[in-house]
Design a protein around this ligand. Structure first.
Ligand code: BTN
Length: 329
């Protein structure tokens, strides 16, 4: 509270009392500043796009329906933990992963979370892009500095897939499923992708830092999904509704922190397998120009797929080398 600006303090008060009028006098007294300072801060929040109503004799109110991403709104849904979260929200960035990596290289500590309303060049896996329109998605990157002997980056990715699935399940009536390695599907279409990037120390070979990038289509984009992905992309909630993005961010962080603080424990990996819809399925394995059918037997702890090809030969497949297609039905 002490180190917050007037604007941040007002945001926090508004978020905690959404849909309720707070008088200018109360705000001025609580924050120990002039009524003019309150007015100025409220005006600046309105200019940023916050839905704030003002009424004579009543004061100011943040609409129940406000869906602006903010660190203060997210914090109001966070559970207590020792993890040192530092949340920053931006309007528009090239890629939240790029910002988090840049900050990591400037020695930023573990726990930085970069969020943006939109990304102009959101990155996907394998050099693909991630469609990141304003106001309908969550584009979030978490900076981690896992301590040795931990952790291969793949574990962070699978842990995040489990965390996002739990969060979606908690806040919606949807049944998300994980498509190996780290895509989350609802109703046969993708709602979330995860891209982990990092740097390994040349001296020790340990992971110096990892940036866990999570992109979730929370609502249908205003103008729909672009043609290229229309048939394969979905959103968690469909039509836009009141403040759910902040809550979904917080719940994802709550769940991820729980798993991360005990990442040596295999429970999340068993949960990953249970939530994963490839096991037992027949898939098309694509490697370069070659493609073959195989049955998925298991996913091992390094997140490799154990498969049996049609000739009976069994193999472990890594996600970096192959991609898979599921049959239509
Ligand atoms: C994929 O589906 O291939 C992975 C998509 C990852 C998208 C997220 S959005 C936040 C973070 N910043 C990025 O540029 N990419 C990740």
């Amino acid at each position: 509270w002490l180190f917050m600006t007037v604007k941040q303090q007002i945001k926090l008060l508004f978020e905690n009392r959404r849909g309720e009028y707070i008088s200018g006098e109360e705000l001025a007294q609580t924050l120990n500043v002039s009524r003019a300072a309150i007015w100025k801060a409220v005006k600046s929040l309105k200019d940023e796009g916050y839905a704030i109503a003002a009424a004579t004799n009543k004061g100011y109110m943040l609409s129940k329906d406000s869906d602006m991403l903010s660190a203060e709104a997210i914090s109001s849904f966070l559970e207590q933990s020792d993890f040192p979260l530092k949340i920053e929200v931006y309007k528009s960035v090239v890629s939240t992963n790029s910002i988090a990596k840049e900050r990591a290289s400037q020695n930023e500590a573990e726990g930085l979370v970069i969020l943006a309303e939109n990304q102009t060049a959101g990155k996907g896996r394998m050099g693909r892009s991630f469609y990141s329109p304003a106001s309908s998605g969550i584009y979030m990157s978490i900076l981690l500095r896992p301590k040795p002997p931990m952790v291969e980056a793949i574990k962070l990715t699978t842990a995040a897939a489990v965390a996002v699935s739990r969060a979606i399940e908690k806040l919606s009536d949807k049944k998300p499923q994980i498509k190996w390695v780290n895509d989350i599907y609802i109703g046969g279409k993708k709602v979330c992708g995860i891209l982990t990037e990092g740097a390994v120390s040349m001296e020790s070979g340990d992971l110096e830092y990892a940036v866990l990038g999570i992109g979730i289509n929370v609502f249908d984009p205003q103008d729909g999904f672009p043609n290229e992905i229309e048939n394969i992309a979905n959103s968690v909630f469909g039509k836009k509704r009141a403040s759910l993005r902040n809550e979904l961010v917080a719940e994802t962080l709550n769940q991820f922190i729980k798993i991360y603080s005990d990442i040596g424990n295999d429970d999340y990996y068993n949960e990953y397998k249970k939530r994963s819809f490839v096991i037992g399925k027949e898939i098309n394995v694509i490697k370069g120009k070659l493609s073959d059918t195989a049955t998925v037997l298991d996913i091992d702890e390094g997140c490799r797929l154990k498969v049996r090809f049609s000739d009976g030969c069994e193999q472990y497949l890594s996600s970096g080398e192959i991609s898979i297609r599921m049959p239509e039905k």
